[in-house]
Design a protein around this ligand. Structure first.
Ligand SMILES: Cc1cc2nc3c(=O)[nH]c(=O)nc-3n(C[C@H](O)[C@H](O)[C@H](O)COP(=O)(O)OP(=O)(O)OC[C@H]3O[C@@H](n4cnc5c(N)ncnc54)[C@H](O)[C@@H]3O)c2cc1C
Length: 292
């Protein structure tokens, strides 16, 4: 099997890219469900898929196995995530070498969050303190691997100001990040303002909006609480009206995401990245709704 194309080359084609994020399942039943999702998604041919990594190394093997499965059994261009927290440089190098050997040429390079059982002083090893350190290490090890980095339109929760966060984002790009995928957001003005501020700060790489179709009000309140994204009052009202009707909530979530994506693409976003929690349905409906 030939090596993957770097995603930066796909962006250079100037068409919007569609990408989908998976997480590595915990058991065989989850893997089977993921296989079914990947089979269903064949119809819409995502430009690439990504596979998350459990900060601290908790999914080290599973992220690699699922990435290999999606690439080899489904012919997908796969971008495994890699978080540096709790890893030495040697461990990061071993993971990156294994991906490279399998033909993977794209990695989402992240710092990760400190796991509960560790502290900031024990979690960061060998000077791998921030995303820019991980990017620099990976770029040094494998210059032919295209690196994506995370961006936070509503500011990373630890950053004192958005300007400080943007200066740090710029560091990641200068260290070798080829594109930015954003944290999820539900209000497009947040993304458009972020892109304007990035451009003004001299960050010129593609900024891919991260979109999550809502599946439940409780779940989305928990997720936004953790990542610091805001929930528009109108979306909350709609979800409250839907009450405990999962199908109605799903319809509202997909409708909101579709409206977001249409506006983003119309205003020049370089594609969209879907956080679908390993379920095919929303991605298929969104692709159908966006078909010309
Ligand atoms: C697209 C995307 C995918 C993700 N996938 C995963 C995943 O698979 N697994 C997972 O565990 N987590 C994932 N996360 C979450 C991510 O790991 C956390 O948000 C983490 O806290 C930040 O990682 P980072 O590399 O983006 O941060 P960094 O860029 O390191 O930033 C973290 C904080 O440090 C500050 N900072 C950065 N550089 C400097 C510097 N040089 N000096 C001072 N301050 C600095 C920043 O402003 C920010 O406040 C993902 C996030 C995104 C947006």
């Amino acid at each position: 099997m030939p090596a993957d194309r770097p995603i930066s080359e796909l962006f250079a084609q100037g068409r919007p890219l569609r990408s989908i994020e998976f997480f590595p399942p915990k058991d065989a039943a989850g893997v089977e469900a993921l296989r079914q999702t990947a089979t269903a998604l064949r119809r819409i041919s995502p430009d690439f898929v990504s596979v998350t990594y459990g900060a601290g190394g908790s999914t080290r093997e599973r992220t690699a196995q699922v990435s290999a499965m999606l690439r080899e059994d489904f012919g997908l261009t796969v971008m495994p995530h890699l978080t540096a927290v709790n890893h030495t440089r040697e461990e990061i190098a071993a993971i990156a070498d294994a991906h490279h050997q399998r033909g993977i040429r794209n990695i989402m390079a992240l710092r990760g969050d400190v796991p509960k059982e560790l502290t900031a002083t024990t979690a960061f090893k060998d000077g791998l303190r921030f995303g820019c350190d991980v990017v620099a290490l990976l770029k040094d090890l494998h210059p032919d691997i295209c690196l994506g980095v995370g961006g936070y339109p509503e500011k990373h929760p630890e950053a004192p100001t958005l300007d400080a966060d943007l200066a740090n984002l710029r560091r990641k790009v200068e260290a070798g990040g080829s594109f930015i995928t954003t944290q999820l957001f539900f209000d497009n003005t947040v993304y458009h303002r972020f892109v304007d501020r990035c451009r003004a700060a001299g960050i010129t790489v593609p900024i891919v909006p991260g979109i999550m179709p809502v599946l439940s009000l409780k779940q989305i309140k928990r997720i936004t609480g953790l990542c610091g994204a805001s929930l528009p009052a109108q979306l909350v009202k709609r979800l409250e009206v839907a009450g405990d009707e999962p199908e109605v909530i799903e319809t509202i979530g997909i409708d909101w995401a579709l409206t977001q994506i249409r506006d983003l693409l119309a205003r020049g976003a370089p594609g969209y990245h879907l956080y679908i929690l390993n379920r095919a349905k929303s991605a298929l409906i969104l692709a159908a709704g966006l078909a010309a």
